[in-house]
Structures are given as C-alpha cells and as structure tokens.
Design a binder for this molecule. Structure first.
Ligand code: TPP
Length: 846
C-alpha cells in the first residue's frame, strides 16, 4: 500500500486503485454537479448515474470536478489527450493577473453603459451578463501568442459583437459610436449592413509584446452561417503562412447557446474542420451561454442538459465554466488555447452567464422570464463583484474608462467620415471587385504546342503506378484530343484549363462530393492505383503551383461556406465548389444569398469563387434536373456575379481561364462565377470541340448561327444550354434552313449589346422565340424577357418550353422524353404552345 505525506505532515494511506476508481467517477460525471449558473436558477445538480463512495478521495475529486469549472472529456478515446486534460483539471489554478482581468471587465461593462446612456432604444445586443468574454478572449489570445499564433480569425454573431470589436479587435470606440450616429452613407443608399454584422480587423497585443493580427469575419443575421466561412478563411491564411500555418493561424468561433444546439451548419463544421482537405488544426469554440435564446428557455432549445452536447459526438473536450468566476474562466481559456495547439483539435468552452437585458435592448424580458429578471434586476455587475472579491476599489478606473468612452462618443457625433472597420489584406492589392468591364474580356486561347505539352503532363503517372484500364484508355484519348486527332470533351477541356492556369502560377482548389473522379465519371483528376488504392493527382505535378482537389463530406452548406471563405483570403487561387447535382446547391442557400451574391454590396468584400452546378433535363426526375437557374438570375444585380451555361467544352475552357486571366496579366477583377455544367453533354459528340477552338479566341457570351444567316431566316430561336442540341437535331430532321439558333452562354451580366449585334444579321420581321427545357416559371425565361425589354419593345419575344409547374421535372423518363420531343417540335411549329407538364399530360390522356 502506497503512502503520501500531506501538506500538514500527516501520513495518509494511498490506495491508488481505489482513488482512481473514485476519481474516474468524477472525471466522467463531475460536470453534472458543477456550480455553473451564476444566478443559481438553472442547471441544478443532477445525481451521478453511478453511486459515489463519499470520503477523502471523493472530496478531493469534487473540488476539481464540481466547482465552477466542469469538464467533459471522458468520451475522448485517445489516452494522451485524456490524461493531459485530467492533469490540467487535477491541480490548483494558477495565479491570475487580476488587475488586467478587472480592467477588461470594467471596459466591457462601461462600453455597454455608455452606449445605453446615449442611444437608448437602439439595438446593440449587449454583452452584459457575460462581460467575462472580453478577458476570456484576452487570455486565449495571450496564451496563443505565446504558443506562436500570429493571426486569429474570429467568427461571432450579434451578442457582444460591438464590445468585442472595441475591446478585443481594438477598433476605436469612436468608430463604433459613429455607426450609431448612422454616418455611413451606404446604409442610406441601400448597400452596407447593420453595425452588429460588420467585419473588423485589428491587432491584439499580448502583455509580453507579442502581436496577433485579428480578423472578425463579417456576419449575416443567419446564425452560425459564418462558421464555415471563418474556417475557410483560416485555412487559406494557414496555407499562405506555409508549413507551420496551423500553429500560426487560430480560428475562434463564438456562438449563442440556442444557435449552437440548433443550427445544422455548425454540426457540419465540427466534422468538416477535422477532415484532410479542410483541416484547420482545431478551432476554439466559445458558447456565450446566457441560458436563453431570444425568449426560449434552455429546455426549449436543447435536447439535453447542455447546448454543447452536440459537440460530444466527436472526441472534443468541453469545458463549462461559471462566467462569474473570472479566475476560473481565465484558467479554462489558457487550457483551451494550449489544448488546441498541442493536439490540433477543436475545443469547446461554454461560458455560462446570464443576459442582463432582453434579447435586444428594446425587448422586455420580464414578459417571458419574470422570475429570472427579478433576480437579474438586483444582481451587481461582474466588475463590481470581482473588485470586491480581489479587494480593490474600482471607482477611479471606472471613471477614467467612462471619460475615455464619452470623449470618443463626442468625436463620433462630429465625424462626417464613414468608419472603415476592416482593411483588405495586402495580398488583395492586385485585385478588386466592382464593375465587369469590356477589357476583362480577353483572349484565352493557348498555343497548339502548349496544349500538347499540358496533355502530356496531365496524363503522366509515376513509374509503377497501376492505372485502371478504363482510365488508361481515357488518357490515351486525351492525348489524341490534344494532338488534334480526336474532338475535345468537357473533361479534357477542364483539365487543360486547370493545367494551363497551374503552369502560369495560379493555384487551384476544387472540392465537392466525388469531385476527384467526377460524379459523371468525366474528370479523373485524381487517380487510384488499382493494386494499392493510393492516389495520384497529375495536376499537382504539372508545376510547383498548389493544386488541391478533394472529395468533400456530404454537405453543401458548410462546404460551400468554407470554400467561399477560402476564396476571400486567396484571391490568387481559382477556388471551385461543385454540387453533385445542381439541385443540391439549395441546401447551401444561406451561403449563396448571404455571402456569395451580397457580400460585395454589404461589406465591400469581393470573391472569385466558382460554383459548378450540373444542370439539365435528362429524365432523372424532379431532383436531378435543375440547378434552379431562375433563383440565381433573380439574385443578379449591381454586377454581383457572372452566370454562364456553356454549350461546348471550348467555351468552358475559355470561361475557366477568363476567371483568372485578363490580357497578358492576371485578371484583376474577382467576381463569383456560377456555371451551369453539363451532364449529358459531357461526352455528346455534337457538343465536342476542335483543338483550334481552344487554341484561339475567347469565351463568347453569345454564339450566333454562322451557317444560318440572311434574308431566308423566318424564325430565330434563342436558348441557353443543352436544349440547343435538341433544336439543332430537330432542325436537321426537319430540314429547316429558315430557322436560326442563337445561344446565350452568359446570362448575367446579360450580353444585350452582343445579342443585338447578332440579331441584326436577321430580317427584322423574323419571329423571335425563347426556348427552354425548364418549366415556364423556372429557367431563364422571365429574366431573359426582362433583360431583352429594349428589343421586345419593338418586336415580340415568345416562349416555347414546359408549362408552369410546381416541381421542376417529371418523374417518369418516358414523360420527360415526350415533353422534350414536344418542345423541340413546338419550336419549329407554325403556332408554338407551351408544353404541358407531366401531371397535366397524364390527366389529359385519361
Ligand atoms: C438562422 C436564424 N434563425 C433565427 C434567427 C433570429 N434570432 C436572432 S437571435 C436569436 C436567438 C439566439 O439565441 P442564442 O443563440 O442563445 O444567442 P443569444 O442572443 O442568446 O446570445 C434568434 C432566434 C437568426 N438570426 N438566424
């Protein structure tokens, strides 16, 4: 039996096994009895599921595990991680710099009070009740700086955001107050955003002088949507930083308790952030847990005791800490920072406090939580409690901070300038957003020799690598394409565009479900050795330029958010996200609406992200047909993106190159590009391109009909995308030399001028039809009609396509086929009609 000399000199018997057994119970269940709610109202102690033998060991363990810090870590299988955490928990907390903590608490509280005094009745989403967030972040950053972090990307929602902007990010209070004075002319003109969504950049200075560049990510109202964006931005910064990027760039995401439990995108992020292609070396997640979500109680938001339980399905430690024990909060902050650094793992810190006011300051919370707010009314501010605890009179400091903030407030009322809270990093200096100008349309052809050289590079595999016979055959065909003896398909056009960009120094990052091979077996950018299943990416070896192609997890929202974030910090990189079928992109609608299409208008933040959305009606049913062209078109305004649908591989090739290049130079403009990509056309012989289509020219926004011109033309059929080939075939079948086919390859910005030039080649009285395979309320029809208003004013534009429909496409292949046939027939008939939808067709037959 072991013995131990205690502090008081007594010799106690130690029974290690017995002690371990008791401690294990507390390690596992101690969090159920920790004292976490500062108001003592919620989270009452719960009995352990295992009987606890009371005694000396239990008393000791209780001290570590049932105080104001609770830890959940026994679900982590890795013993090293568990033991490290155990060690941290089973010791006394370190000395804290209490004066610094007190200053932070005073600044946090007084900041809110100063706003409250002047801007009564304005929403600010006060941090009061959880002001400990400010010293907490200070400690996370100070500890991280010591561990080598020099950049942090911070995501957070409304709660306490203005406070963090000032007291953590370091924006001057005058800039924040100016936002309350509403001096931002853009917010009057319709652009811009509300103050508690704006991004901000700044610098943290640790007590030892080390600095961390801080980036608070612009955030839409949609809770948690910013999480993947912050992770993507972090990954891009880490990549830029190089080998030690994960140690230098720290992602911190701050959540509300209700949003943490409720929003699926965050659950997706927890998995995503740990996957190879998205790994950010761990994120520090902070729950600003006021035990309320708007008016909802915890039991209305969480399925279990803590909102953090969602994170427990993964091997991530979770700390809960009573927000009114600042020393404990600081201790957890340091542990969290070190854990993330040491194990490159996520860590969750649940700061449990309260909310002093209503959801916003204009809300009366006594209507829904009368008892809680009766307690809150008389509950002193944390800085007062803490000052008393450490035996300091805070009044002089409070007055000094108040005077400083009030001075800033006076400044703010005088300023006419729009506060610029965030600066784009230096690596954006060669790039810009704004208007798409004609000079951005440039020649993107490649010399013949270059195409051949790139084909050789992209089909080369290392000695001894066993390529699948089918892929081997495809590679032989690709070499023939490059030699000009076989027509180019989309797969090869894409590969050649990628290789050409890489060899010119443009990195590429492409992700999506099954993107390495390609959902439609068309890409084969990553090869699998048939004997060893090792992978090889020829594109990664065509030059020294980085090429990343990953199969993503089965998520649209988080993955697209991540890639958008990546594009925000990698303007030099061609970043592409691919939907498996374009239909699924609507699972990421928040990212599309709130970031991709509107970020430049709201936050002045450009992005060159490319979305590849397979689209086309091919009889695969309602959910594998439509990438919802109509929705993207409805979102177009102010030059916010480019929307294209390429009918040939060469067009796709030029489009991808155009996205990155302008003239001899890299293209300066960064604009999201939405490409409706083909499925059936991928290998359709009539859609194939010749070598010379890639070696000269540029992307054509409109493709006229070079064979069908002049006065014999009676009808002009306008279309976009694959339906063109249905019309082409029908025209051949009917021998109709009097019908011209015009393809609109870029839908936004709408190429009106070019279309007009093309239409001028036809008689003015030629009939004009828009033909589409999508139902009348979908596709580009409504949009095109409006864009062509100046033409339509003078001559009629009529519609041929499927009739109005609730669901994009018919379920039965036969019905699809009949409809498709009918619509191409109608396009050539004397008096075309809209083609009926599936259900109506069936009903009519009865
Ligand atoms: C996706 C989404 N749904 C609903 C809302 C409206 N909303 C804003 S704040 C809020 C409550 C958030 O509660 P919690 O996450 O606990 O944060 P708290 O405001 O308490 O800090 C709600 C429902 C929103 N902004 N985003």
């Amino acid at each position: 039996m072991a013995t131990k000399t205690q502090g008081d000199g007594r010799v106690a018997t130690m029974e290690p096994e017995q002690r371990e057994a008791v401690f294990d119970i507390f390690r596992r269940w101690g969090y159920l009895q920790a004292s976490l709610d500062p108001l003592g109202q919620y989270l009452p102690p719960e009995p352990f599921p295992t009987p606890v033998p009371e005694g000396e060991f239990a008393a000791e363990a209780r001290k570590y595990y049932c105080g104001t810090i609770a830890a959940e870590f026994m679900h982590i299988a890795n013993p090293e991680q568990r033991h490290w955490l155990q060690e941290q928990m089973e010791q006394a907390g370190p000395q804290q710099d209490r004066a610094r903590i007190l200053t932070d608490l005073i600044r946090a509280d007084i900041f809110e009070q100063v706003i409250q005094s002047r801007y009564l009745g304005t929403k600010r989403f006060s941090l009061e009740g959880l002001t400990v967030l400010i010293p907490f972040l200070d400690q996370v950053l100070a500890s991280s700086a010591e561990l080598g972090v020099n950049t942090a990307v911070v995501a957070m929602s409304h709660r306490g955001r203005l406070n963090v902007m000032t007291n953590t990010i370091g924006r001057s209070p005058a800039e924040i107050f100016a936002k309350f004075e509403d001096v931002d002319p853009r917010s009057v003109l319709g652009g811009g955003d509300v103050k508690y969504h704006m991004g901000a950049t700044g610098e943290f200075k640790a007590p030892d002088g080390r600095a961390i560049a801080l980036h608070l990510v612009s955030n839409p109202s949609h809770l948690e949507a910013v999480d993947p964006v912050a992770l993507g931005r972090s990954r891009a910064k880490q990549t830029r930083a190089g080998e030690h990027g994960q140690d230098e760039v720290l992602p911190i995401t701050i959540h509300g308790d209700a949003a943490f439990a409720g929003q699926g995108i965050f659950a997706e992020c927890l998995v995503l952030g740990a996957l190879h292609g998205w790994d950010v070396g761990g994120t520090v997640h902070v729950i600003v847990n006021n035990l309320l979500g708007f008016t909802a109680l915890p039991e209305e938001s969480n399925a279990s005791r803590f909102s953090s339980d969602l994170a427990k399905r993964l091997p991530i430690p979770i700390f809960h800490v009573n927000a009114e024990d600042p020393d404990a909060v600081m201790r957890v902050a340091a542990i969290a920072a070190e854990y993330r650094h040491r194990f490159h793992s996520d860590v969750v810190v649940d700061l449990v406090g309260y909310r002093r006011h209503g959801h916003s300051e204009v809300d009366d919370p006594t209507v829904t939580q009368p008892r809680r707010y009766a307690i809150i009314k008389d509950h002193p501010q944390l800085y007062k409690l803490y000052a008393e605890r450490i035996g300091v009179d805070p009044e002089a400091e409070v007055r000094a901070v108040q005077a400083e903030f009030l001075d800033d407030q006076k400044e703010a009322t005088k300023t006419e300038d729009r506060p610029v809270l965030a600066q784009l990093p230096e690596y954006w200096s060669a790039y810009h957003g704004g208007e798409l100008r004609p000079e951005d349309e440039i020649a993107t052809g490649l010399p013949v020799k270059r195409v051949a050289e790139l084909a050789r590079l992209t089909t080369a595999v290392p000695e001894g690598f066993h390529v699948h016979p089918k892929v081997k055959k495809l590679f032989e065909q690709r070499l023939e394409m490059a030699a000009g003896t076989r027509a180019f398909d989309y797969g090869m056009a894409e590969l050649t565009a990628f290789a050409s960009l890489l060899t010119a120094g443009t990195p590429i990052r492409l992700t999506g479900q099954d993107s390495q091979r390609g959902t439609f077996n068309q890409r084969h950018a990553v090869l699998i050795d048939v004997e060893t299943e090792t992978r090889y990416t020829p594109l990664a070896h065509v030059s020294d330029t980085r090429c990343e192609i990953y199969n993503s997890m089965l998520s649209e929202a988080a993955v697209l958010g991540f890639e958008y974030g990546y594009s925000r910090d990698a303007p030099e990189t061609l970043v592409l996200w691919e939907a498996q079928f374009g239909d699924f992109a609507n699972g990421a609608q928040i990212i599309i609406d709130q970031f991709i299409v509107s970020a430049e208008s709201k936050w002045n933040q450009p992005s060159g992200l490319v979305l590849l959305l397979p689209h086309g009606f091919e009889g695969q049913g309602p959910e594998h047909s439509s990438a919802r062209i109509e929705r993207f078109l409805q979102l177009c305004a102010e030059n916010n993106m480019q929307i294209c649908n390429c009918t040939t591989p060469a067009q796709y090739f030029h489009l991808l190159r155009r996205q990155m290049y302008g003239g001899k130079d890299r293209r300066g403009i960064r604009k999201p590009l939405i490409v409706f990509t083909p499925k059936f056309l991928l290998r359709y012989p009539k859609a194939a391109s010749r070598l010379e289509d890639l070696t000269s020219g540029s992307f054509q926004e409109v493709i006229g009909d070079s064979q069908h011109l002049g006065n014999q033309i009676r009808r002009v059929l306008l279309s976009s995308g694959k339906v063109y080939y249905d019309l082409l075939n029908k025209r051949e079948e009917l021998g109709r030399g009097d019908v011209a086919l015009i393809r609109i390859e870029q839908l936004y910005p709408f190429p009106l001028q070019r279309l007009n030039d093309v239409l001028r080649r036809y008689p003015e009285n030629a009939e004009l039809y828009w033909v589409q395979e999508e139902p009348e309320n979908m596709g580009a029809w409504n949009y095109v009609e409006e864009q062509m208003q100046s033409i339509v004013d003078k001559r009629e534009l009529r519609y041929v396509g499927r009739a109005l429909a609730a669901s994009p496409a018919a379920g039965a292949h036969k019905v699809h086929h009949d409809q498709q046939e009918a619509l191409s027939e109608q396009a050539f008939s004397a008096n075309p009609k809209a083609v009926l939808t599936a259900r109506r067709l069936v009903r009519k037959k009865r």
